[in-house]
Design a protein around this ligand. Structure first.
Ligand SMILES: C[S@@+](CC[C@H](N)C(=O)[O-])C[C@H]1O[C@@H](n2cnc3c(N)ncnc32)[C@H](O)[C@@H]1O
Length: 235
């Protein structure tokens, strides 16, 4: 596996932050490493927040290397589909799932979030983590997620909020004396966020309401820099 910059200690951090290469949102090695570490814990907590019923079918849009579908399959989803517009990501997700032990519940495909290759009302749950904020228009991706969710199905997403910035991310990590890849990747996340959509948590929730979702709940993590939203497609 390619190795990513290991950050120096907090004292050198601000100089180093501006020097680090930015990992692209479709960097397979980078996201494989991230999902195997602290980011994987965030995704596991998000999966609990989504709270799919046992036996559900779920689609993760922009799944990257596929940790979230694997978590759903391990937690009794009968069908967990991961899709990503990057063939390399989908292939890595399939390889990691196979290495973890074959399960007929998991399926991977290459697909664009703005035009999902599923009939309307297909899944009991549709989720996307760190995908909507990257899209030119997050509302378009969210409407497509809602379209493929069944009536009474759950639609949930995770994105950076307007509190996310390189300065805040670096201070958050330094305050906890977190160094190495965990710090590098969180600051990198902030750099990506600064170049894309950063909405307040309530604005992300308003987007969910505008897409027709009801029963909306939300939660903030990582000092308010990461926002979770969950809603239900009306029956
Ligand atoms: C920031 S990564 C997040 C990966 C994973 N969801 C996570 O939270 O670890 C964004 C992922 O979305 C994918 N992606 C970006 N634009 C997309 C689109 N329009 N349709 C589908 N996938 C897309 C990228 O290839 C990448 O795997």
């Amino acid at each position: 596996m390619e190795s990513y910059p290991q950050q120096p200690g907090a004292a050198d951090a601000s100089a180093a932050d501006s020097d680090q290469p930015v990992a692209a949102p479709d960097d397979v090695e980078y996201f494989t490493q991230a999902q195997a570490g602290a980011w994987g814990e965030m995704l596991a907590a998000f999966a609990r927040f989504v709270a799919l019923p046992a036996g559900a079918s779920v689609c993760d849009v922009g799944a990257g290397p596929g940790l979230l579908p694997r978590l759903f399959a391990a937690a009794d989803s009968r069908l967990a589909v991961g899709c990503d517009r990057s063939w390399e990501m989908a292939a890595r997700a399939a390889a990691l799932a196979q290495a973890a032990g074959p399960t007929s519940a998991l399926h991977w495909l290459m697909a664009d979030a703005r035009c999902l290759p599923f009939r309307s009302a297909t899944f009991d749950g549709v989720v996307a983590t760190n995908l909507l904020f990257l899209l030119p228009d997050p509302a378009v991706g969210l409407c497509e997620m809602c379209r493929v969710a069944r009536p009474a199905g759950i639609v949930a997403f995770l994105n950076p909020t307007d509190a996310m910035s390189v300065a805040n991310a670096a201070a958050f990590m330094d305050g906890r004396r977190i160094i190495g890849f965990a710090r590098y990747s969180f600051v990198n996340y902030a750099r990506l966020a600064e170049a894309h959509h950063r909405l307040s948590l309530s604005a992300w929730a308003e987007l969910a309401a505008a897409a027709g979702l009801t029963g909306i709940s939300m939660a903030a993590r990582a000092g308010g820099m990461v926002g979770w939203v969950r809603g239900v497609r009306p029956a």
